[in-house]
Design a protein around this ligand. Structure first.
Ligand code: ATP
Length: 531
């Protein structure tokens, strides 16, 4: 976790926490000092003493505010670095569209928030509590070593108590985290499908799932809080038991004249704060321990796989599947399937739903590995990173970001107006090439754009990124015939582009635009007869 710290800022926060933690020793000193003034009858010191003490309190008020600001600044920096890394890592390891989306969002929103409150902020409070204990203890020892040591001896015993609870707290934190993920998935589904449920007039159809997810999460939350409360109650009680016994001894020593009143007051007053400080430290340590599972998870997220550097990809002269056999577990999909596509070809692969059309695209993208045979480009084996350089994918569901049209095409890359205009024109969206349209926002899941526009936007994106081969997975299946025909005319007429399209049904008027049409049946490809 250390790598997320900004060292100078962290050092400043340590210094600020240490200084702010001196307030209680100062408090102890002033309290004891009042009894010293009474004991010695120093009436003339009262006004200057109070003025100085008030100035001290003003200083500590300022210090505490400064410390909070520095801690918040640290949390800001830590969260910036840590959350960026977690998001980037999880994005880099995702292997399909929407992969673990709900779990990742839940981890990001809930677990990382818990890490902030129960780990990072606790570390800074522990530092303050540590200084308070050391400073107050120092002052008590200065007052009377023997009596202070007696107090300390009694304090040691209850510090072992938290160990009794740390394991059960950890388990309950894990359960809470799991229940949170389940609830996030449920709530995500419900908000996502709200309109659909309303249309079927079954808005309450998933009430039992919602209640079960909610009660699972709230129950786990309550059990975690209860366990923390039980742990803290037991620890607190033990501290009180072990603090009252030495207080009795102090009273006895003062009555019998072996201890001055101001010394006893200093030790007695400070002992409760030392105990309190210890209490805070062990409870804080307990809370920090409860984040172990999340920290382990974050540690796994610390290595972001190196992303391939964008480079000028070589021309794609041929794309092949050579004698490919593939199965999902024991579910065979392809058996000795071969396909050869040349630069500029426009190939359509037809097949009924579930026959393996999307799987064929995933094999070309190297997202799946054949059990026999291989995918080749220019006669050579290639990696997933190579595939990403060559292939532009237009999927069944468009992937759009809640950002401007321009950002959706360029994905944050710098772009010349000319390159944008050219990509949009080739994709059949020349009307979007104006400044106003490029700056227009696309809403969640592209609901303010038509299905045809979104498909064209995906095509424009692939063309902007100069992808040589367009893999279209039922790209126009959801569109009306006229729009589907218009999009096909646009891309199938582009001589630069190699197109491999899979679809269960393509209207007859589009078929002549392909250079080859195959039917996928029983794990094999067969050239289609003209129809
Ligand atoms: N990750 C997976 N694990 C196990 N089985 C899978 C997986 N992905 C797909 N399948 C199964 O493999 C078969 C082929 O799936 P695929 O998505 O390739 O079909 P498809 O022809 O594209 O279907 P559709 O036209 O309905 O999109 C289906 O029976 C599907 O249930």
């Amino acid at each position: 976790m250390k790598k997320y710290l900004n060292r100078p800022l962290f050092t400043l926060a340590v210094l600020a926490s240490l200084l702010a933690g001196l307030e209680m020793p100062f408090n102890t000193f002033t309290y004891s000092f009042f009894f010293y003034l009474i004991e010695k009858r120093l009436a003339s010191w009262i006004v200057p003493a109070i003025v100085l003490i008030l100035m001290g309190y003003a200083l500590f008020a300022g210090l505490k505010y400064w410390q909070t600001r520095i801690v918040n600044r640290n949390i800001f920096q830590i969260n910036l670095a840590l959350k960026t890394q977690v998001v980037q890592h999880r994005m880099a390891i995702s292997s399909s569209i929407g992969d673990h989306e709900t779990d990742n969002v839940s981890f990001f929103m809930n677990d990382l928030k818990l890490l902030e409150d129960n780990y990072w902020r606790q570390i800074f409070s522990l530092l303050g509590a540590g200084t308070m204990v050391i400073g107050t203890l120092g002052y008590a020892l200065y007052s009377n070593v023997l009596v202070t040591l007696v107090f300390l001896a009694f304090m040691v015993v209850p510090t072992f108590a938290p160990k009794l609870f740390s394991r059960s707290i950890q388990v309950r934190t894990q359960q809470w985290s799991q229940q949170n993920q389940t609830l996030s998935a449920t709530v995500h589904d419900l908000f996502h499908g709200a309109l659909l449920l309303k249309r079927y007039t079954v808005l309450h159809g998933f009430d039992s799932r919602l209640k079960s997810s909610l009660s699972g999460m709230e129950g786990a939350n309550a059990r975690l809080k209860n366990q923390l409360a039980l742990s803290n109650a037991v620890i607190g009680f033990l501290f009180m038991v072990f603090s009252d016994i030495p207080i009795g001894l102090g009273i006895y020593l003062t009555i019998t004249g072996r201890l001055q009143l101001s010394q006893f007051v200093a030790i007695q007053y400070s002992s409760s704060w030392i105990l309190n400080g210890f209490n805070q430290i062990v409870a804080g340590w307990n809370t920090i321990t409860s984040t172990k599972a999340i920290r382990q998870q974050v540690a796994q997220d610390t290595t972001t796989p190196a992303l391939p550097q964008a480079s000028t990809a070589a021309a794609v002269r041929t794309v092949e599947l050579q004698h490919v056999t593939f199965a999902y577990q024991d579910h065979p999909i392809f058996q000795d399937l071969s396909l050869q596509v040349h630069q500029g070809d426009k190939v359509l692969i037809r097949g009924r739903s579930g026959i393996g059309k999307s799987t064929l695209i995933r094999l070309l993208l190297q997202e799946e590995t054949p059990t026999a045979g291989c995918a080749l480009v220019n006669g050579q084996a290639y990696t997933q990173a190579d595939a990403d350089q060559w292939f532009g994918v237009v999927g069944q569901t468009p992937v759009v970001f809640q950002d401007t049209v321009q950002q959706n095409i360029t994905l944050g890359q710098p772009a010349s107006v000319q390159s944008l205009q050219s990509a949009l024109a080739m994709a059949g969206l020349p009307e979007l090439a104006t400044t106003a349209s490029l700056n227009a926002s696309i809403s969640e899941e592209g609901t303010n754009f038509s299905g045809g526009q979104l498909k064209r936007l995906e095509i424009a994106r692939a063309l902007f990124f100069n992808r040589k081969v367009l893999l279209i997975d039922e790209g126009t299946a959801s569109l009306d015939p006229a729009t589907a025909l218009a999009i096909h005319r646009q891309i199938l007429a582009n001589p630069q582009l190699t197109v491999i399209e899979v679809d269960h049904h393509i209207p007859a008027d589009i078929l002549p635009l392909y250079t080859a049409v195959y039917d996928l049946q029983a794990g094999q490809l067969t050239p289609a007869t003209a129809n």
